[in-house]
Design a protein around this ligand. Structure first.
Ligand code: BGC
Length: 443
């Protein structure tokens, strides 16, 4: 169930009222020609997250949620792509495509399996990955926390806990002391801007299902509140968001204290929200979903990570439905290549920070859609760069099909597929499509 992005889009589509034309790209075609060359040093990468590919992440908050009787999750993460063992194979895939960078995350639940007990062996594991990147000429971009937290942290209420910012900062400090030397770019949290607000636009039965699953987990563990890092239902959104923001601030400070020259940012989920007609709701939506975090990023970060998968067009009453001829992802949501550039432009307008696209991709079993999307989206991104927006890198989500949270393995974003029994990876044609652009450093 919990594909937050598709849910967000389908939920807002419920209120839709009129059709919108997909003509912005066509309008773009009349503009000045795009310079196909990307700047020297541009980062070309693929992205993953630990819980979604590593497998057997037993101490993570979600392991409890996925396995509790009556869970709202479609299936358990289980072995995932077994990347905890097979990370060298994954790095070879990145290298083999001709990319020059890899974005992956640290798993807090492995590094600090019990509160205050840090595992040097696990820190060494991630150090080996960082060194493995460097040995292959890949620049490691490391997300310190991609949604999942340790189960002991969730059992203390997760980000509701007043100690949560300090606990996260301590994790950042320990990890940075072990790992920062080899990292190219670091981000603190993944898409924290959706936490606590996404529930507002979801069908109530989903929130109720998520709440019931959390309550079942709390009961099983004998704690009053169990809140995992991936939650649709948040008991007290205000406190939760404030703690995440403070956690980010202290996390940045902890990493910078170890290595002041390491660029640190945060990755936000940003739709390309477009305004039509008089009194469009667009600006209200932006204020609610992104601006608080964009402003925090402006104050605290060296760069902003933008993660975009779609656009939404808003009039005064709500979102408009996609054009009838729109191409659609596996969840029925419009796939529109210009959305990435739109989201990037907006993030830059507010923050004035250099931008890295830390995620962009499509949920589809039809790789032709991915092959169409990648060059078209990159062309619009490059047009934005030609207009002066400083975009420094592009990371496709995802290197490999993976555990798509509540949807399990049924939603596939990978440039590679893998066999659930043998874990053998197979490239999809889109891997070569992205690789060829990266190798040329040109559209
Ligand atoms: C997340 C990923 C997720 C992807 C596709 C982002 O929300 O960072 O974990 O798999 O989008 O939904």
């Amino acid at each position: 169930m919990i594909d937050r992005r598709s849910l967000m889009a389908s939920a807002v589509a419920l209120g839709a009222s009129a059709a919108v034309s997909g003509s912005a790209l066509a309008r773009g075609a009349k503009m000045k020609p795009i310079d196909p060359r990307f700047p020297e040093g541009f980062l070309w990468g693929a992205a993953t997250a630990a819980h979604q590919i590593e497998g057997n992440n037993l101490n993570a908050d979600l392991w409890v949620i996925e396995n509790v009787p009556g869970t709202i999750f479609a299936e358990r993460s289980g072995d995932a792509a077994n990347s905890f063992e097979l990370w060298p194979v994954d790095l070879d895939l990145v290298k083999g495509m001709g990319l020059n960078s890899y974005r992956f995350s640290l798993e807090w639940a492995r590094i600090e399996p019990d509160e205050g007990h840090f595992s040097n062996a696990m820190l060494d594991h991630y150090k080996a990955m960082i060194e493995g990147c460097r040995a292959r000429g890949l620049k490691p971009v490391v997300t310190f926390n991609h949604f999942t937290t340790p189960r002991w942290f969730a059992a203390k209420g997760g980000w509701h806990n007043p100690e949560s910012p300090a606990l996260f900062a301590r994790f950042c400090d320990r990890s940075a002391r072990h790992l920062a030397a080899g990292i190219e770019l670091a981000t603190t949290l993944n898409e924290p801007n959706l936490a606590g607000v996404i529930g507002e636009i979801l069908p109530p039965q989903l929130l109720a299902g998520d709440k019931a699953t959390q309550e079942a987990a709390a009961k099983q563990l004998g704690v009053p509140l169990y809140t995992p890092g991936v939650s649709l239902y948040i008991k007290d959104p205000k406190t939760y968001r404030a703690n995440m923001m403070e956690g980010h601030r202290r996390g940045v400070a902890a990493i910078k204290a170890v290595r002041p020259d390491l660029p640190v940012g945060v990755s936000l989920a940003i739709l390309d929200d477009q305004a039509v007609g008089k009194n469009s709701m667009r600006d209200q939506i932006r204020e609610r979903y992104y601006n608080e975090w964009l402003r925090l990023a402006r104050e605290t970060c060296d760069f902003i990570g933008v993660q975009n998968y779609e656009r939404k067009v808003w009039n005064a009453k709500g979102p408009l439905p996609a054009p009838a001829d729109a191409r659609r992802n596996a969840g029925g949501i419009e796939v529109w290549p210009g959305s990435l550039a739109g989201a990037v432009r907006y993030a830059y307008e507010v923050t004035k920070l250099p931008v890295y696209v830390t995620e962009h991709g499509v949920n589809s079993d039809d790789d032709a859609l991915r092959q169409w999307l990648i060059p078209a989206a990159l062309a619009e991104l490059k047009r934005t760069m030609d207009d002066g927006v400083p975009v420094r890198g592009y990371f496709h989500w995802s290197l490999i099909d993976n555990f798509e949270w509540g949807f399990g393995y049924h939603h596939r974003f990978g440039l590679h597929s893998f066999d659930r029994e043998t874990f053998k990876r197979t490239a999809k044609p889109s891997a070569e499509m992205l690789g060829s652009i990266a190798r040329r450093n040109s559209l």
